[in-house]
Design a protein around this ligand. Structure first.
Ligand SMILES: NC(=O)c1ccc[n+]([C@@H]2O[C@H](COP(=O)([O-])OP(=O)(O)OC[C@H]3O[C@@H](n4cnc5c(N)ncnc54)[C@H](OP(=O)(O)O)[C@@H]3O)[C@@H](O)[C@H]2O)c1
Length: 267
């Protein structure tokens, strides 16, 4: 496994390794990213909706230590305590109902691909804001895996709709949340996994490219064989940024951003 530059250095005072939590941990990219971060010396938390134990091994067969934590879409609040330990949160879970368009498929796509990711983003930002006085920690990061389907057809309308919603929410909320968090958007083309068995790229190679671009400091990480995405995605983000700046405003001073709907949910 090639060495990747480390986007987040160990904390200066304690030299504690950074803690990386990844959703969709049992999936192809989730496992590949966990292995890459293990190669960087990170402490790993696998956030998974599955009850199956996750066994990760290095190339030489050595087991990779990983703490497995089960979570369920809609129960993001239960992760609040755990998020307090996390330096980098990778929102990577996703589902593709392919040609489905039933009410059930619609609800599943919106909840898994868009709304749960947005809720975890808000919750992590709230946790980071509360602990920001702790100078011993590196600046927290969140990586959001939206997909090339944000701007390209994926021959799966609900996948496109839900990933576009996640992408737009990320653009809108980044205007405020990027003050306390480093936010990187992963825009990936087709790679092989159970979500896309005919993807042309290899998940481990994609994970390596993601790590490389993050190490360069890129906030927009694009890995795809489609050259149009490299042109259209930055333009789309620029247009959104300008429109959202002009047509929206942040919470008034003193208002606890993002806590009201979450507080209502917790009751
Ligand atoms: N494959 C592609 O061509 C491609 C292209 C661009 C972007 N992406 C995105 O990359 C991410 C990783 O996908 P992948 O290709 O590695 O697919 P994958 O192997 O199917 O992994 C996706 C993972 O998401 C989690 N997940 C699925 N349904 C869920 C649910 N109802 N609730 C909570 N978690 C659920 C599962 O992990 P757990 O069992 O651990 O919860 C699953 O293994 C996804 O967000 C996908 O949209 C994929």
């Amino acid at each position: 496994m090639p060495d990747s530059p480390l986007p987040l250095p160990p904390t200066p005072a304690s030299n504690r390794p950074i803690t990386v939590a990844i959703t969709g941990a049992q999936g192809s990219l989730g496992q590949a990213l966990l292995r890459r971060w293990h190669g960087c010396g990170a402490t790993l938390i696998a956030l998974t909706s599955s009850s199956h134990p996750l066994t990760l091994k290095e190339a030489n067969g050595q087991p990779i230590p990983v703490r497995q934590v089960r979570w369920r879409v809609g129960e993001e609040a239960a992760l609040t305590g755990l998020l307090g330990e996390v330096d980098l949160l990778v929102l990577n879970h996703g589902v593709n109902v392919h040609g489905g368009r039933s009410a059930t498929d619609t609800a599943l796509s919106l909840e898994v691909n868009a709304l749960s990711g947005w809720r975890l983003l808000e919750r992590f930002a709230g946790v980071v804001d509360a602990r920001n006085q702790d100078s011993d920690r590196p600046r927290a990061e969140v990586w959001v895996n939206t997909s090339e389907a944000e701007i390209q057809p994926a021959f799966s309308p609900l996948y496109e709709l839900s990933k576009r919603l996640l992408g737009h929410l990320l653009s809108l909320r980044s205007l405020d949340l990027a003050r306390s968090l480093t936010i990187r958007r992963l825009v990936l083309g087709p790679f092989r996994s159970s979500l896309n068995p005919i993807g042309v790229m290899d998940a481990d190679w994609v994970a390596g490219e993601v790590m490389r671009q993050a190490g360069w400091g890129c906030r927009l990480i694009i890995v795809t064989p489609n050259p149009l995405t490299y042109v259209l995605m930055p333009l789309a983000l620029l247009g959104r940024w300008a429109y959202f700046q002009v047509a929206s405003r942040g919470a008034p001073p003193g208002d606890e951003e993002g806590t009201v709907p979450l507080r209502n949910r917790d009751r």
